[in-house]
Design a binder for this molecule. Structure first.
Ligand code: AP5
Ligand code: MG
Ligand code: ZN
Length: 216
């Protein structure tokens, strides 16, 4: 099962990906997570990416495409993969199509988590992430049992540096200008399926998982 999750910042891509990859046993490939890991390790790519991520801007296509090209060639992607947050520009979508062709693979479905803009600021500013295992929480919508502590591994929870009101505004503008056109791109290729991402977390998971079971 080769799947893409699309949707604006805060739509729930990462939250749903955690659940779906555990059910379908496929790797979760998040370009945002890859940038954050490289940034915290201080690699040359991480240092370059930081200049964009910290401003809420998209990282240039050449850097981003390189990460995905390398990752999809790994043997664990032979059983399928879930791309979260890639592609985000038409140039990235064209590059992806070339990458999967060259590997003899095919994108089977693009799931758009549709969420109105009015929901996103509260979701993003209330998000907390585990430093150790990367699990995502929300102070109101999905709180951990103990404040600031991960339920799964007791790791410390932190807030992303781009989850401030100002940066969320820039990220949403980037989404509207550069990423939203991909909905039409994948609609034309008859790959796009929409899921209502405004429902509660569990209901969204149910809908995605039954959609994917129907394709498997
Ligand atoms: P990335 O990490 O991909 O961020 P994003 O697209 O802005 O998306 P988010 O991770 O913020 O949201 P999400 O949809 O995963 O929501 P989540 O599940 O966490 O990218 C970060 C940066 O990296 C970019 O700005 C860019 O600089 C760079 N980058 C990454 N990919 C790139 C690319 N392809 N090209 C160029 N640059 C790239 O949920 C959010 C919150 O809401 C959580 O607290 C969660 O608990 C809560 N929540 C989730 N679902 C629900 C629900 N149904 N109801 C109530 N609350 C919910
Ligand atoms: Mg995410
Ligand atoms: Zn944890």
């Amino acid at each position: 099962m080769n799947v893409i999750f699309m949707g604006p910042p805060g739509a729930g891509k990462g939250t749903q990906a955690e659940k779906i990859v555990s059910e379908f046993q496929i790797p979760h490939i998040s370009t945002g997570d890859a940038f954050r890991a490289a940034m915290s390790q201080g690699t040359p790519m991480g240092i370059e990416a930081k200049g964009y991520v910290d401003k809420g801007l998209l990282v240039p296509d050449e850097i981003t495409n390189g990460i995905v090209r390398e990752r999809l060639a790994q043997p664990d992607c032979d059983k399928g993969f879930l791309l979260d947050g890639f592609p985000r520009t038409v140039a990235q979508a064209d590059a992806l199509s070339e990458i999967v062709d060259s590997l003899g693979k095919k994108i089977e479905v693009v799931i758009n988590l549709a969420v109105d803009r009015s929901y996103l600021l509260a979701r993003l500013t209330g998000r907390r992430i585990c430093k150790s295992c990367g699990s995502t929480y929300h102070v109101i919508f999905n709180p951990p049992q103990q404040e600031g502590v991960c339920d799964k591994c007791s790791g410390e929870l932190y807030q992303r540096s781009d989850d401030t009101e100002e940066k969320v505004g820039t990220r949403l503008d980037e989404y509207i200008n550069k990423t939203a056109p991909l909905l039409d791109y994948y609609q034309k290729r008859e790959l796009l399926r929409e899921v209502n991402g405004e429902q509660d977390i569990h209901a969204v998971t149910e809908q995605i998982s039954s959609l994917l079971r129907g394709l498997a």
